[in-house]
Write a protein that binds this ligand. Sequence first.
Ligand code: SF4
Ligand code: FES
Length: 352
Amino acid sequence: MADPFGLLAELTYRCPLSCAYCSNPLNMAEYTDELTTAEWQRVFTEARDLGVLQCHLSGGEPLLRRDLVALVASARDLGLYTNLVTSAVGLTRDKARQLRDAGLDHVQISIQADAPSLSDTIAGLPSFRRKVDAMRVVKELGWPLTVNVVLHRQNIDRIAEILDLAADVGADRVELANTQYYGWAWRNRDALLPSRAQLAAAEEVVRSARDRLAVIYVVPDYYSEYPKPCMGGWAARQLTVTPNGDVLPCPAAQSLPLPTASVRTDSLAHIWAASPVFTAYRGTDWMPDPCRGCDRREVDFGGCRCQAFQLTGDAARTDPVCHLSPDHAVVTDAVAAANSAVDLTLIPRPHR
Ligand code: SF4
Ligand code: FES
């Protein structure tokens, strides 16, 4: 068992946006008892002691935590590399300066599209202008900036313009992340899944943009022959702490029928090494056929446990994205539906 490398600290699930592709849990009411400042500081210390090097401060919208500056300072004092993952709603110049002074290392800002009307429609809030202003402030203050865009059927045709915008604000990196169909996004899957023609056009745009921009783009796994090596393997390098202190191997794992583990009752070291939620699918012993005898079992680790559960009701099955999976038809059926001509309306995520 290796040490964890990255901590995703989901400080709050509160969020001013209502994106239709949100993959955060649906049962938000269970996460309102948020960890206190002192509890988060203990989590950071235990994470550092466990070998964690990177701390991603995320949500929801982490800027809604009034103690964000103090939390950044604590993580930085422990020697953790700190990354703020934000919608930028609330990232005023004054707040940005405070975070800079606290030692924040990196900022990742999400946008929904390149144009105000489409971006604001997808986000469910007039926010595009504020986001672009915040990106410029981030660069003025000398931070490295990653622009993150969740891609789907409604914005994938705008990649060229999105990349132009990222270049214009001086982004150091653009992450084009295809939608993960968990949480609210699962309800909108058929309206979010792009068509094969859209993907082919997007790939061409990304290829030609790579000369001028650092672009991270991965083909959506519904269209891949093999699944993604989700999280680099279950409980292999990353851990997630939710707003109420539950600890998970990935941000979507709360949906799986596994016992919970909490920093309020156990140390991070014990949870990482011995809690059932971490040991259930670690390594390769749990694998069923065809993964068990497959020479890719240590390449993609049988794919994504959360997706296997979502699509088959059993997290211990081969990810149906794999063309060798006995359940692969559930994916090919969804892809066939996405390639029929129907355009569906997105349902925005309600607040609470
Ligand atoms: Fe990966 Fe399992 Fe498919 Fe092999 S059978 S490629 S290990 S998901
Ligand atoms: Fe949970 Fe892939 S999202 S294992």
